[in-house]
Design a protein around this ligand. Structure first.
Ligand SMILES: [Zn+2]
Ligand SMILES: [Zn+2]
Length: 430
């Protein structure tokens, strides 16, 4: 520190600038690493929603920061083809300036956003605009580059966005396989949209509500709508109000051989409704679905005859659900804010492996984190009456709990707050 004190003024300012240049270069190396994570598809393999969600956990940064890093990785990194050939990055000039340390990560974020706002019919202007903005970014701060970029786009496109193709007039919804899931596209008339929106509205509110003084729900409106639509369908299935199909109540069934349940290897069959349509699913997915109260499990003996159809023994009782909702307050996964009604009661030791349906073997998990736990990188245990999550070695920070639903436990623990007393009280009142 003494040495720092004696540095003359100008040398101090040179050092300040030099550190920024190093930060810029390090940010560029980070973006290259992120690009490799994207290429390997690690987010899906490890059970995260997407690469930004993975980065948030591994780097302990805000989701918006993680998203900007993923965007930069997609636009600034070369693509490697199966043939071994390499394709230049989408924004080569920006990539080079970033690698040289000449522009900050904030410049990168701004320039990517401006170029993305350029309408497709002006695509031919993109390379020139990129080069111009990068040239100015070497001397203009990110806010100024943002203003410059918006003005340049307005100048190129004085008419604003073009009209689109003719509008459809009939309700439709198409589901097409895409990536590891399905893409939903469709159109609804105003009245139908109003019906759907009013049914969805309680299921798509941010969790927790905005302005509740807690961290914001980071999901976009479209993401909340997607989760809400699936939740709507789940609840309808649970209520059993969809009538009958071929004489059977509509339900999701999962059929698994006994050996699959005990060994975790092999495959199961997921049945949709009673119409007989079904799809093969991996053993791990079958085991995960068997945790869900809304799914009817069918266990087959090695001869193929059903050993067991139904839900008894393996499902938490209402009193247990209530006690769990009290203890965990919602999804117990660290940082998750999903409320208890969205969660399944997961068996820490699988019921098929002899794990009892008891509070010290149950934990509330939302569908997303339930999937993550069944992938097996994260391990949950109940310690001192509360769930504790042990991360895989590539997530620094050690074991963790989810304090978000239980801020009362952050205060010094008093006997009044101890878990067993609290749970006894809840059980007695049910
Ligand atoms: Zn489970
Ligand atoms: Zn969760």
């Amino acid at each position: 520190m003494d040495e720092l004190r004696q540095t003359d003024d100008e040398a101090l300012l040179v050092a300040v600038a030099a550190v920024q240049e190093r930060i810029n270069r390090e940010s560029a190396s980070l973006v290259a690493l992120v690009a490799e994570v994207v290429t390997r598809g690690l987010a899906g393999a490890k059970g995260f929603r997407d690469t930004a969600d993975l980065l948030r956990t591994v780097q302990n940064v805000a989701l918006s920061t993680a998203r900007a890093r993923v965007d930069a990785a997609r636009k600034l990194s070369p693509l490697f083809l199966i043939t071994g050939d390499q394709v230049d990055p989408e924004l080569p000039v920006l990539a080079e300036a970033f690698e040289d340390g000449a522009v900050t990560a904030e410049h990168v974020r701004v320039i990517i956003r401006v170029l993305a706002s350029l309408p497709p019919h002006l695509g031919e202007h993109r390379p020139v605009l990129e080069a111009d903005l990068v040239a100015h970014a070497r001397t203009l701060d990110p806010d100024a580059v943002d203003t410059l970029g918006r003005r340049a786009v307005a100048l190129l496109d004085p008419d604003g966005p073009r009209p689109r193709e003719p509008k459809p007039t009939r309700n439709r919804l198409a589901l097409r396989p895409r990536g590891s899931g399905f893409e939903a596209r469709g159109w609804l008339d105003t009245e139908s949209a109003a019906v759907l929106r009013s049914a969805l509205s309680p299921l798509t509110a941010p969790v927790p509500p905005d302005g509740a003084g807690q961290p914001r729900d980071e999901r976009s409106t479209a993401e909340r709508n997607g989760d809400g639509l699936v939740e709507l369908a789940r609840r309808l299935l649970a209520v059993g109000d969809l009538g009958v199909e071929n004489g059977q109540p509509v339900a999701l069934t999962v059929t698994v051989p006994l050996e699959t349940l005990t060994s975790g290897a092999g495959a199961g069959l997921l049945g949709f409704g009673a119409g007989g349509s079904s799809a093969a699913i991996a053993a791990e997915d079958a085991l995960r679905l068997a945790c869900d109260a809304r799914v009817v499990p069918i266990v087959l003996a090695s001869t193929g005859e059903p050993l067991f159809v139904g839900r008894e023994q393996r499902l938490a009782t209402r009193a247990q659900r209530r006690a769990l909702a009290q203890r965990d307050g919602g999804c117990a996964f660290p940082g998750c804010e999903s409320p208890p009604q969205w969660c399944v009661a997961h068996h820490v030791t699988r019921w098929a492996a002899g794990g009892p349906t008891a509070l010290d073997n149950l934990v509330l998990l939302c569908p997303h984190h339930h999937r993550m736990i069944h992938i097996g990188d994260w391990v949950v245990e109940i310690d001192g009456g509360f769930p504790v999550f042990h991360p895989p070695p590539w997530v620094p920070g050690g074991p963790r709990r989810n304090p978000l639903h239980r801020p009362d436990l952050l205060a010094p623990r008093t006997p009044r707050h101890s878990a067993p007393v609290l749970l006894d009280a809840v059980l007695a009142s049910s």
